[in-house]
Structures are given as C-alpha cells and as structure tokens.
Design a protein around this ligand. Sequence first.
Ligand SMILES: [Zn+2]
Length: 153
Amino acid sequence: MFQKVFQRQALLMKALANPKRLEVAQLLSQGQLTVSQMERMLGIRQANISQHLMVLRRQGVVVTKRRGKEIYYSLAHPNFTRALELVRAILMKTFGGEIARAAYSLQLVIDPICGMKLTPANAAQSYFFGGKRYYFCGAGCVREFKKNRQGKK
Ligand SMILES: [Zn+2]
C-alpha cells in the first residue's frame, strides 16, 4: 500500500527533474509570473516554457490564476520553495564555492527604473552605487538611473 506513495512521489520529482523546470520553479518561488515574463527571464521560447509549465501543472507543482487578460503561474505549495532550498544546501555542501556563488545569481532583482523583474544572471548590466549593486534590463535604464542619482547628490 505505501508503495503508492513512493510512486506518486517519483512522478512529482520526475516533473522537477529537469534543469529548465527547476529554473522555472526557482523563479516562481519568488512570486507569481506570466509566461511572457518568464520568457524574458529565462531566454527561452514561449512554446518551450508552456511545455515545461504543462508538466509542472500536471503533477501539481504549479497552479494558475487568471487576472484580467493575464494568466499568472505560481507554486502550488510553499514547501516546494523549501524543498528546492534544502536540496541546494546539500549541493553547496557537496560541491562548494562555485555552486554557492551560482546559487546567489538565482535571486530575483527588480530593475529600479522600469520595474522589470530580472535575475543577476540575465540582467543586461549592473551598476554599483551607494554600497549596493543594481541590475538593469538594458543601457537605457542604466543611463536613466545614473542621471537621477547625479541629480540627487
Ligand atoms: Zn529597465
């Protein structure tokens, strides 16, 4: 009878056992997103993302909510975030520095000018100001940011 539990668990973990789907889950652990937002952040085609989302949805990893014209994806349970963190903690312990540094770049950051959600890994540029590093979608926002800061000094 308990074998059924392991079978179910295997199906669930199989849905997550894909680098891109783990990346999707990681992004969603920091808030709900639309497919087009994920497309920008992951740099893969929308059709591709939709396919991954379908797998995740079928196994109950993600859920959707419609708001106006947009469909938002989010994790179905907060424990998914914890589960991913726990596995990464094991990774860092096993493989050390490089993985730990890479794990940092998974954090979600907000472009302070246009408000676009980015990861440090996919931000076009970053700029160090006042003891803090800011991330930007492109050169236009960096320019705007520098202009604003100089005005406020
Ligand atoms: Zn921007």
